[in-house]
Ligand binder design. Sequence first.
Ligand code: SF4
Ligand code: FES
Length: 247
Amino acid sequence: MRLTLRVWRQAGPDAPGRMARYEVTDVSPDMSFLEVLDTLNEELTLRGEEPVAFDHDCREGICGACGVVVNGQAHGPERTTACQLHMRHFADGDTIDVEPWRAAAFPVVKDLMVDRSALDRIVASGGYVTAPTGSAPEAHAMPVPKEDAERAFENAACIGCGACVAACPNGSAMLFTAAKAEHLGALPQGRVEGDRRVLAMVETMDDEGFGGCTNTGACATACPKGIPLPSIAAMNRGFLAAARRAR
Ligand code: SF4
Ligand code: FES
C-alpha cells in the first residue's frame, strides 16, 4: 500500500503547529498504525529531518499511551487503541490525517504527544483504599454480589488513554473519572472512603480544565475498553449522595 500522511507537526508547547504531508510506501495491511509512523520516522531520519514525536509504550492495547486522532476519530476508525489499529482498515492510496488529542486539559508537548498528566492527578486525588495488610484474607470473608464484582471489573478495564476526552465535544473527562471512581466504589472494600474519593476526584477533574458532560455519549463510543456510559450516571448518583452527606 502507498499512503499519504498529513501529520500535525509542532516543535513545542508554545510553537505554532501545522499539518505536514508525507508519502509512505510499502505499507503492509498487517502493519499497525504505529509501525507506519515508525516507517515514516526511519525515512525522515535518513533524510536528516526531525522524526515525528508520538507516545507509545506497550503496543499491546494495555498502557493507554498511544492516543492520536486519525481522520478526525480518537484512535481511528476501529474501536481499539492506535497501536492495535491495523492498516487493513485503510485502502491503497488513502490520505490519512493524524493529529494529537485536542483538549484544553491535554496541552501538546510536541507533534502528536500531549501531556495527559491531568488524568493522573484525578486518580491521585482519589487517595487510598483501606485494606488490611498481611496474609491474603479468606476468600469468602467479604462476600461481593456477582453484579457488583462485574461492574468493578468492567470499570477497572480503563487504561487512561484519554480517547473519551478527545472524542467529547466538551473535552470532558467524565467517563474516565467515572471508571476510576466506580471500579473502587462498586466493591465493599472501596466504599469506606467512597464519599471522600468521588468528591475529590470530581473537584480535581473540574480544576484541571476538563469540560462539563452534556450526555453526547461520544466518549463511550470512542472508548477502546468499552467503559459503559451508565458509569457516569452511577458516579453522578454517588457524587450527589456524598455531597448531601458532607453538608
Ligand atoms: S474511559 Fe475509555 S477512553 Fe476514557 S481513558 Fe478510560 S479507556 Fe480511555
Ligand atoms: S502503546 Fe500501550 S495502549 Fe497503545
